[in-house]
Write a protein that binds this ligand. Structure first.
Ligand SMILES: N[C@@H](CCC(=O)N[C@@H](CS)C(=O)NCC(=O)O)C(=O)O
Length: 226
């Protein structure tokens, strides 16, 4: 039976966070890399919404959506390497942060992606989107800053699925040149802590390094889906 396969997207896709989470949880897995600017029909056939992450499990069942895949990982993380006892205060706090990051925080960047990817915008329209987006991203950073404790991870002393999700989307503030994350010292400290982790760095390299031993041919990976 093949390993579960996580489909990630480049450039700058959020799913590298889940790639790090699978590695942190020590769940054997393969990685398929999807070019988000040129998605193959076979990929759209397994997720008609055209989005990554997508998980194809060992039986070939397809699961989409970051939080659903994070739950899949939690269910297999018996050693609690990236999660906490289900129902515990820490587990609820982890899901609270993961949900905030995957909804309001992630969504705040939509105007920046639109400004970058929409082909026929005027300079003025692009500037409007970027200025509108800056307000949204600032608001979500202020809110996250106020939600955080002393760290070093999002949920206190242990890394978790919430950190994995922040790994995927936190870096967009630099990618889109929105502002300096140092304006938000707690977020900056947690991000620095996550991003210096060797497993997190290896996950980030998956986007640019198709030679990583975890990476399998995309057509082969897609053929695993039932
Ligand atoms: N609700 C989805 C959103 C995933 C998402 O926004 N994925 C982006 C990459 S980070 C994507 O696939 N974009 C391609 C597109 O929308 O065309 C989730 O949480 O998994």
């Amino acid at each position: 039976m093949p390993n579960p396969t996580l489909l990630i997207g480049y450039p700058m896709g959020s799913p590298i966070g889940l790639a790090a989470a699978l590695a942190w949880a020590e769940i054997p897995h393969d990685i398929g890399r999807v070019d988000l600017l040129d998605r193959p029909a076979a990929f759209l056939a397994i997720n008609p919404r055209g989005e990554v992450p997508v998980l194809i499990d060992a039986e070939g069942q397809v699961l989409t959506e970051t939080l659903a895949i994070a739950r899949w990982i939690e269910n297999r993380d018996d050693a609690r390497r990236v999660s906490f006892a289900p129902g515990s205060r820490d587990a609820l706090r982890m899901w609270e942060l993961a949900s905030f990051l995957n909804t309001g925080f992630t969504g705040a960047f939509v105007p920046f992606w639109a400004a970058m990817e929409a082909p026929h915008l005027t300079t003025e329209q692009r500037e409007f989107l970027r200025s509108f987006g800056t307000g949204l991203v600032r608001k979500r950073h202020e809110q996250l800053e106020a939600m955080l404790g002393e760290g070093p991870w999002l949920v206190g002393e242990r890394r978790s699925l919430a950190d994995a999700i922040l790994l995927g989307v936190g870096r967009w503030v630099e990618f889109h040149e929105v502002f300096d994350v140092a304006d938000y010292p707690r977020i900056a400290a947690v991000r620095a802590h996550i991003e210096k982790d060797a497993v997190a760095q290896a996950a980030a390299r998956l986007e640019s390094d198709p030679a990583d031993p975890r990476v399998v041919d995309l057509a082969e990976a897609l053929a695993r889906a039932r």
